[in-house]
Structures are given as structure tokens and as C-alpha cells.
Design a protein. Structure first.
Length: 238
């Protein structure tokens, strides 16, 4: 009886928390709120979710690279749907994501993503993809950092897929700097839960636009993929 009462109280407060977060997200959609204010709220929510719900710790290396970039695009490998949550916790600079369309209709999450200027892309719809890429280029040119997962989908066992060259058009056309990012061990989170999982993220030295402007999208894709994969395969990451 006491256990049932305790569970009821926990669920009651969990529902109140969700409703409170949702109400705040709806409020922050008003034009009077800045990108900074919106991002700080979403980052705090992700930090709480990481520690309380998912029982994960995020360790980052190379965050100083973000201080060197004015307008740029980050290209990480993709192991879990929680990669975005982990990145939102450790990257303190306002930034958005180009994400797959399947995430567009998830309650609370999709509204939170839109709040920080995320875009949802349908890779099967050429016209919609072109529109999203054009919007992403515009956002990056304005100096807003964007994150793109060039594999196109997550790899649930930790192995890395081939980077799609088309993903790099945004950086090229925006004449933006690039930061390759390696994420590893995030695919273990749901397998290990409720045990704690340590997710490590490596931000590699930035690649200035001037260093790659003469490359084709295929050449650039291969270059960034190699950097990310070499770190993923490194014995230091075991």
C-alpha cells in the first residue's frame, strides 16, 4: 500500500514536471525571448534529464575549439538518439541541429528542438531537403552554430557508417568553419540503464573554410569521416 502511494506521488510529480517544461517551452516561443534565453533553458532541461533519467555522465575534450569559431558546422558520428541531449548539455553556445524528420512529431522534444532553431529534413523528399539545406545555410551565415550528423542515421552497435557528401554543402555554401566530432559509447546508454554510462565526446581541431574551399563535397566528406573514425577506433577509447 505504501509502495503504491509512493509510486503515485512520483508519477504525479513527474507529470507536473513535464507539464511545467512544456508550458515554459510554449512561453519561450514568443518573439521577445532571445536565442540565448531559449537555449539556456533547453540546456538545463537536458542536464537534468542526463543525470536524473538516463544516469549518464558526459566527458568532453577539445571544447576550446568552439571558442575559435565564428560561424561553423559540427559533424559528429551518430550512435544514439541521446547524442543530441549529450551535446546540448556540454556545448554552452547556442546551436541547432539538422535532424531526421522522424523526430519532428515527438511530444515535447520536437517543440524543444524548434525552440533552438533546429530543422527537420526528409531525405526522401528532394524538394523539402533543398528547402531545409537553404534554411540551414542562412542560419549558419548569421553566425548560429549548427550540428549535422552526416551518416544520416544512428548506428545502434557503435560502428560508424559512411558520411554523406551532401551534408557538407551547408558548410561549403555558408563558407563556414568545420569541427569534426567523435562521440562514443552513447549506444550503451539504454543497454546499461539503470547503471551509469560514461559518454565521451572529442571535438577535433577546426578546419577553416580557407583550408577546404577548393575541395569537392566528396573529398571533404572523406576527410572529416577519416578524422572522426580514427578517434573512434583509437585504443584510448576502449
Amino acid at each position: 500500500m505504501y509502495l503504491l502511494g509512493f509510486i503515485f506521488i512520483i508519477l504525479f510529480f513527474a507529470i507536473l514536471l513535464v507539464l511545467g517544461v512544456n508550458a515554459r517551452i510554449q512561453q519561450l516561443q514568443k518573439e521577445k525571448y532571445s536565442d540565448e534565453t531559449r537555449f539556456v533553458f533547453i540546456s538545463k532541461v537536458c542536464s537534468l534529464a542526463i543525470s536524473i533519467i538516463f544516469n549518464m555522465r558526459v566527458e568532453a575534450e577539445g571544447l576550446e575549439q568552439l571558442e575559435k569559431i565564428e560561424k561553423g558546422v559540427l559533424f559528429p558520428n551518430h550512435q544514439s538518439n541521446l547524442d543530441i541531449v549529450a551535446l546540448l548539455k556540454i556545448i554552452k553556445r547556442p546551436h541547432g541541429y539538422v535532424s531526421k524528420k522522424e523526430l519532428e512529431n515527438i511530444f515535447l522534444f520536437s517543440d524543444a528542438m524548434r525552440l533552438i532553431r533546429c530543422l527537420f529534413i526528409d531525405r526522401e523528399n528532394v524538394r523539402q531537403s533543398v528547402k531545409v539545406i537553404s534554411e540551414a545555410i542562412k542560419i549558419v551565415k548569421e553566425g548560429y552554430l549548427m550540428v549535422i550528423f552526416p551518416e544520416g542515421t544512428r548506428k545502434i552497435r557503435g560502428e560508424m557508417g559512411t558520411f554523406k557528401a551532401g551534408s557538407f554543402k551547408i558548410a561549403q555554401k555558408a563558407q563556414a568553419d568545420i569541427i569534426p566530432v567523435t562521440i562514443y559509447n552513447s549506444y550503451e546508454i539504454l543497454k546499461r540503464w539503470p547503471r551509469k554510462t560514461i559518454v565521451k565526446i572529442k571535438f577535433h581541431p577546426l578546419i577553416p573554410y580557407e583550408k577546404y574551399q577548393s575541395m569537392s563535397t566528396n573529398e571533404l566528406s572523406e576527410k572529416v569521416e577519416t578524422i572522426v573514425k580514427n578517434q573512434l577506433d583509437s585504443p584510448r577509447n576502449d
